[in-house]
Design a binder for this molecule. Structure first.
Ligand SMILES: [Zn+2]
Length: 85
């Protein structure tokens, strides 16, 4: 009689362990991968987008250093005067 109970406990334990291992396999890792990937691509783009071309000498320079006159970018005030004349 005790053998039967002992066997039942072992079988229940085996089923319990198999269920636990199946659960850990089915549930994927926390879904932070896509968010971190998007953040990574966002940090790379601004440097490329902020480069502008001078309308006079066609040199490339950061947008923060360029002069914007009548929708055109210039690298210096000299080139603004050259293009206007
Ligand atoms: Zn220029």
């Amino acid at each position: 009689m005790w053998k039967l109970i002992f066997l039942a406990i072992i079988i229940w334990l085996a089923i319990y362990l198999i269920r636990q291992s199946l659960k850990s396999n089915q549930t994927p890792a926390p879904g932070n991968r896509s968010e971190s990937g998007a953040n990574h691509s966002n940090t790379e783009n601004p440097e490329i987008e902020n480069m502008v071309q001078c309308a006079s000498c066609h040199i490339h320079l950061p947008r923060s250093e360029a002069f914007l006159v009548n929708g055109k970018f210039y690298c210096s005030k000299q080139h603004i005067r050259q293009d206007a004349s």
